[in-house]
Design a binder for this molecule. Structure first.
Ligand SMILES: NC(=O)c1ccc[n+]([C@@H]2O[C@H](COP(=O)([O-])OP(=O)(O)OC[C@H]3O[C@@H](n4cnc5c(N)ncnc54)[C@H](O)[C@@H]3O)[C@@H](O)[C@H]2O)c1
Length: 138
């Protein structure tokens, strides 16, 4: 998949692995939606991405909050003009959480791609991955 020109959303991107993924995607040519609960650190990463010559937007969202997950996806799509890649890095999804938030069978599905698809954001063109997950499940 070509990264250049794509829009990527990365959760937990204010620091650590998520920050590294966001910066790498930006270096490869993507605009980045940074989603995290740490507003100050998100701003720092956004500045780093803009220094690389790409657009960045930040959105404060707790990935365990269903409404905030949907709002984050919508924000990214509206602000950056689309959404092609989603990295569900802030992985806190034990199976029970998917069931509680979305009423879904969590064994093979993550809440994020389903939220994304449910908003009809070009699912066939989309790439979605999870860098890591605490708690496991799918
Ligand atoms: N670092 C490791 O060795 C390792 C190993 C296995 C799994 N993981 C998993 O990889 C992921 C990232 O690891 P890391 O080392 O970069 O962690 P980190 O603690 O350095 O960074 C996590 C980021 O996620 C954000 N975050 C935390 N809870 C959140 C929430 N509910 N909603 C939105 N954002 C939230 C934090 O603010 C932070 O910016 C985590 O899910 C972690 O469990 C990491």
């Amino acid at each position: 998949m070509t990264i250049n020109g794509k829009v990527a959303l990365v959760t937990g991107a204010a620091q650590g692995i998520g920050r590294g993924i966001a910066l790498r995607l930006a270096k490869d040519g993507a605009d980045i939606a940074i989603v995290d609960i740490n507003t100050d650190k998100m701003a720092e990463v956004a500045a780093e991405i803009e220094e690389l010559g790409h657009k960045a937007t930040t959105f404060k969202a707790d990935v365990s909050n269903r409404a905030e997950v949907y709002a984050a996806v919508e924000h990214a799509e509206k602000t950056l003009g689309g959404l092609d890649i989603m990295v569900n890095n802030a992985g806190i999804e034990p199976p029970r959480l998917s069931r509680r938030l979305f009423g879904l069978n969590p064994t093979r599905r993550s809440a994020w791609p389903q939220a994304w698809r449910s908003m009809r954001l070009r699912p066939r063109q989309a790439e979605c991955c999870r860098s890591a997950r605490a708690g496991g499940g799918d």
